[in-house]
Design a protein around this ligand. Structure first.
Ligand code: NDP
Length: 523
């Protein structure tokens, strides 16, 4: 009997140590020599397939640099990928669960060995600084390890106990559902991309992976690692392409069994709608797992340790330039401590350095022109919706480099219903909202349609207990930043308009990709 080793999250690299900084710089050099400029074709049925057109990935911190290219799949390629995946499913579904899990563990070992390379590629392709890149690669390794070890628990009949019944033998089987499509965002191009593949694949499904256009290279590197780990041909089909074209084709297709999507609310709701429509010849109800946006708030009340609160605000707001679904974009402060908290928040934010991911700046460029333009439009709106206390400019330049640079921006006295307080901006822009008292603060926190992350800085036990029950967020944090969920430790996912609360990195996540069959034999 196989003994399942206990899952342990990866420790993070300490970049206050000079030797770790030097190792990162060496990895940047290696990646520049070996990976920058690379082209990733599609992978269909284990074969590399190129396309007439290409997608180009730019360095957001220096837009004169092309980081690399990927193929650009057509709907014909998507059709081939789907049919090939169904053929591969015939044998993959029969593999033992623990044999499938060992492929993830092998992939984890390869990624551990290439950890700094993956980090360095993200610094160049999407502008992550060292710590942001490192926590993401650690999360990617954690997903592989956690889902592998979780899967082993489902093997055979042992997974779900049924109640004893005289004269019969009853058993509950967990079975894979079939072929699905995984559509992922650019902001966690390594961890989310990999996690959204690892879970359905280890459960015995075959998956077509459609990465975001801005992060095709890091996705390509992750696919290489899974194939090197021994994933059979057709189990993972790699299909970089345009969401509106191949994404749409696959989500509406009669033979797509499930869709796992992480991205914006608008696209997620659209997918939910088209997937619900039954196509001719379709013989199942598609499973749809959605992880969408947020407008995440942190409450600070008059009992809070204000230093802890300010640290939580700065870390939660500006990590990876606020480009996290979990980022703190609303700071909700009780009136009596408003000036002290906001003053501290502005002062601490002023110290953040803007520059490139490769320079390890605190704030780097946002991902692309569309994001830059969108954030700029909110900066233009800001003076009419509040007081701009810091920043306010989309400069498009830092330290002589042209890129999608936006100043870290804090807007004070924003009204709870204002657009700045309600709409996901997905950049380094925080709206500060003044609350009369604790109850008013909690009402403000719950006044959006989203429900992803949230937090409370308070030393009042009764209030924390009230928030535990009433604060509408899939991930709620007390007296710390509201970002940085760790796989297995803080299962992650939102509800309300933030998603289907499927809790990635949680004990039930694999069940999203399985169906149960009860078999009864009468003696
Ligand atoms: P988008 O919704 O713009 O894109 C996500 C993916 O969907 C991309 O691969 C995109 O392809 C694809 N896509 C676009 N249109 C369609 C379509 N019609 N059919 C199928 N697929 C389509 O999100 P972003 O990449 O900009 O990511 C940022 C968003 O993701 C934010 O809202 C953020 O909050 C959310 N997010 C949520 C997380 C969570 O766990 N809840 C975690 C991380 C991010 P293409 O690139 O070709 O357009």
């Amino acid at each position: 009997m196989l003994k399942i080793q206990e899952y342990r999250p990866q420790p993070f690299i300490d970049f206050t140590k000079e030797e770790n900084v030097q190792a990162y710089r060496a990895a940047l050099k290696k990646v520049r020599a070996e990976l920058v400029g690379k082209h990733y074709p599609l992978v269909i049925d284990g074969e590399r397939v190129d396309t007439a057109e290409k997608l180009t990935s730019l360095n957001p911190c220096d837009t004169s640099e092309v980081v690399g290219t990927t193929a650009k799949a057509t709907t014909q390629d998507a059709e081939r990928a789907l049919q090939g995946a169904w053929r591969a499913f015939d044998s993959w579904k029969k593999w033992d669960m623990d044999a499938r899990a060992r492929i993830l563990l092998k992939a984890s070992a390869i990624l551990k060995a290439r950890r700094l390379e993956a980090c360095a590629l993200m610094s160049i392709e999407v502008g992550k600084n060292y710590a942001e890149a490192d926590v993401e690669v650690a999360e990617a390794i954690d997903f592989l390890e956690y889902y592998a070890r979780s899967a082993m628990k489902y093997a055979g009949f042992g997974a779900a106990e049924t109640t004893w019944f005289e004269g019969e033998e009853n058993g509950l089987m967990f079975m894979p559902v079939g072929v699905g499509v995984s559509i992922s965002p650019w902001n966690f191009p390594c961890a989310i991309f990999l996690g959204m593949l690892a879970a359905p694949i280890v459960a015995g499904n075959c998956v077509i992976a459609k990465p975001a256009e801005d992060s095709g290279l890091i996705a390509g590197m992750m696919v290489d690692i899974l194939l090197e780990a021994g994933l059979p041909a057709g189990v993972l089909q790699f299909l970089p392409g345009v969401g509106k074209e191949v994404g749409e084709y696959l989500t509406t297709h009669a033979q797509t069994r499930f869709i796992t999507f992480t991205g914006s609310r608008a696209v997620g709701l659209h997918i939910n709608e088209v997937a619900a429509k039954t196509q001719p010849g379709q013989k199942w109800i598609k499973k749809v797992i959605l992880e969408l946006g947020g407008k995440d708030g942190l409450i600070v009340d008059e009992t809070a340790d204000l230093d802890v609160a300010v640290t939580a605000a700065v870390q939660g707001a500006f990590g990876f330039n606020g480009q996290k679904c979990s980022a703190m974009s609303r700071l909700i402060v009780v009136d009596s401590v408003y000036d002290a908290v906001v003053g501290g928040f502005v002062e601490r934010t002023k110290a953040l350095k803007v520059g490139t991911g490769e320079e390890n700046a605190n704030i780097t460029a946002v991902v692309n022109q569309m994001s830059f333009d969108k954030i700029k439009s909110y900066l233009e709106l800001a003076p009419s919706e509040g007081k701009v206390l810091l920043g306010g400019q989309a400069t498009g330049e830092a330290n002589g480099k042209q890129g999608y640079y936006v100043q870290p921006t804090i807007v004070g006295d924003v009204k709870r219903g204002a657009r700045l307080a309600q709409e996901e901006i997905f950049g380094p822009v925080v709206s500060v909202i003044r609350a009369q008292d604790w109850q008013d603060a909690l009402d403000i926190a719950n006044s959006t349609e989203y429900g992803l992350t949230g937090g409370v800085c308070s030393r009042d036990r009764a209030r924390l207990e009230q928030a535990r029950h009433e604060f509408e967020a899939g991930n709620l944090y007390f007296n710390r930043k509201i970002t940085g969920a760790i796989v297995g430790v803080q299962p992650f996912g939102g509800y309300n308009m933030s998603g289907t609360d499927s809790k990635a990195g949680g004990p039930d996540y694999l069940a999203n990709f399985m169906q149960l069959k009860t078999v009864t034999e009468r003696w």
